[in-house]
Design a protein around this ligand. Structure first.
Ligand code: IMP
Ligand code: MG
Length: 194
């Protein structure tokens, strides 16, 4: 199904069809590697929600799903070195196989901090799954174990990815028009309705 292009978008980078093919490939790999295991899926909010939902529907092994919230972006388009983890599962991760699921890895700082915390809680294995990987943005050594696709150094929105907390609900991934990114906050299209 092809949705009409959102008026604030300059272009589409990944269509709904592209996304679903990447997800099927990731699910096939996970189904092979985790058969007969019962991992804990740790999903990194908020951007991961459409990906998590679509990915987990294709997983055939038993699993727990837990949520983490971390922030390094503060709603803008440039990452900062400061990472805050403000939601963490109550269940113990000791002795568990953990699969961390992310929407996109840019600097790698968020996942590095999360991975260290998971290991410090005594998980027996930790693997990283990301729909998108932006290796050009790395500020630390971090590699995902399962990557949907690599993307160029562009600021992407849609399918969970936001600009100013907007556009997460758009079903494809693309680039915003320059005038939206550079606009004075008081002129944002969601501010001047009515
Ligand atoms: P990192 O710590 O720099 O790897 O940042 C990871 C987080 O930053 C992701 O989970 C996203 O929430 C956000 N992020 C990174 N790149 C983009 C982008 O192109 N668009 C929107 N959010 C992004
Ligand atoms: Mg994220």
């Amino acid at each position: 199904m092809n949705s009409p292009l959102h008026p604030d978008f300059e272009s589409v980078v990944l269509t709904e069809e592209d996304i679903s093919q990447h997800i099927q490939k990731l699910a096939d790999q996970l189904n092979q590697d985790y058969q007969n295991k019962c991992p804990v899926i740790l999903a990194v909010l908020k951007g991961v929600y459409p990906f998590l939902s679509d990915l987990t529907k294709h997983l055939h092994f038993y699993c727990d799903v837990e949520f983490i919230a971390a922030s390094s972006y503060h709603g803008g388009t440039a990452t900062t070195d400061w990472v805050e983890i403000y939601l963490w599962p109550r269940m113990s991760l000791k002795g568990k196989d953990v699969i961390i699921v992310e929407d996109i890895i840019d600097s790698g700082l968020t996942l590095k901090k999360i991975k260290q915390k998971v290991l410090s809680e005594g998980a027996s294995s930790v693997k990283l799954v990301t729909l998108l990987d932006k290796p050009s943005g790395r500020k630390t050594r971090l590699e995902a174990d399962y990557v949907g696709t690599t993307v160029k150094p562009l600021f992407l929105v849609g399918y969970g990815l936001d600009f100013q907390e907007k556009y997460r609900n758009v079903p494809y991934i693309g680039v915003l028009k320059k005038e939206i990114i550079t606009m004075n906050a008081k002129d944002y299209p969601w501010r001047n309705e009515n």
